[in-house]
Design a protein around this ligand. Structure first.
Ligand code: NAI
Length: 308
């Protein structure tokens, strides 16, 4: 099955690489607006095939969407990333126009496509795709929670001085520094609540470092991260193509779930061959419910800046 990745930059190329390395897709088509860039990235990646042992074909195109026709999944990573000190929300002006145009081109050539939205501010960009693509809501999925949960697990393992495979945890709500909600109450070490092991001070550290995880990397790298975002997307694409039905927190259009409607926010969902197979309702504490509602309010304000 064919996967299109729009934007052959840092995240798009990393995502294409992880998908190819896992060898579950027949073809990955990279699309970029910069002349020759996607073709170059595709050629470079293809020259790793014999070294890394994969058969996935990777091709590139400068904006010729006919090459993307018949894609099962399309990932939108096109747009600008943030620079140190910027919030994701500040990217809306440029990225909204790009995401809208890219969505139209994708749907024209692959009407049955499932779209994974990565470009920031991601919850708002996912909302924009819902409002402009005409696709059913099950086929539009925002990537944020998969990455933020991986960062949460990294910080949990660090605080617990445990191997990452020992810990489990999930981040829901908004993909923003303030609106992220790491579900500490449900995080476990081999099934045991992590609160059994961590002091209040360590708990606060884990939560704060998870929320600013992207900003920390942006400061270190001078631009936003790409390895973990690419890997997070590849897990979502694999769950769809291989119908794995993994439960992954994703930014989805809500219709009453978690007390919210007409907004895309991160919630756990079963992801399979049809896209979103089911939104999973988990019980939140009163404090978590209040934080979820606060995140929704902030995302709604950013959505208000969209022009369709
Ligand atoms: P990048 O600058 O390395 O790559 C973006 C690519 O998009 C560039 O190659 C550019 O030429 C291309 N592009 C721009 N307009 C285009 C158009 N109309 N059609 C096709 N291609 C176009 O940026 P990077 O680091 O890959 O980040 C991409 C986006 O992903 C940013 O908005 C960033 O904030 C977001 N991001 C989201 C994450 C998430 O968890 N949702 C995580 C990391 C990044």
């Amino acid at each position: 099955m064919k996967v299109t990745v729009v934007g052959a930059g840092a995240v798009g190329a990393s995502c294409a690489e992880y998908i190819a390395m896992k060898d579950f897709a027949s073809e990955v088509v990279l699309v970029d607006i910069k002349e020759g860039f996607a073709e170059g990235k595709a050629m470079d990646l293809m020259q790793t095939a014999s070294l890394n042992g994969f058969d996935t074909k990777i091709t590139g195109t400068t904006g010729d969407y006919s090459k993307t026709a018949g894609s099962k999944v399309a990932v939108i990573t096109s747009g600008i990333p943030r620079k140190p000190g910027m919030t994701r929300e500040e990217l809306i002006g440029i990225n909204a126009g790009i995401v809208k145009e890219v969505t139209e081109n994708l749907v024209k050539h692959s009407p049955d496509v499932i779209i994974i939205v990565v470009s920031n501010p991601m919850d708002t960009m996912a909302y924009l795709v819902h409002k402009t693509s005409g696709l059913p809501k099950e086929r539009i999925i925002g990537m944020g929670g998969a990455l933020d949960s991986a960062r949460f697990k990294y910080r949990l393992a660090e605080a617990l001085e445990a191997p990452i495979s020992d810990v489990d945890g999930m981040v829901i709500a908004a993909h923003s520094d303030t609106g992220m909600l790491p579900l500490f109450s449900k995080a476990t070490r081999n099934g045991v609540p992590v609160s059994e092991f961590l002091s209040e001070e360590k708990k606060a550290y884990v939560i704060e470092e998870t929320k600013v995880g992207g900003a920390t990397l942006t400061k270190l790298l001078g631009t936003s991260a790409w390895y973990a975002p690419g890997a997070a997307v590849s897990v979502m694409v694999q769950s769809i193509l291989c119908d794995q039905k993994k439960m992954i927190p994703c930014s989805l259009m809500l219709d009453g779930e978690y007390g919210e409607s007409d907004i895309c926010l991160g919630v756990p969902a079963i992801i399979g061959k049809n896209g979103v197979e089911k939104i999973v309702n988990i019980t939140l504490t009163e404090e978590e419910k209040a934080k979820f509602a606060e995140a929704a309010k902030a995302v709604r304000e950013v959505n208000g800046d969209l022009k369709f």
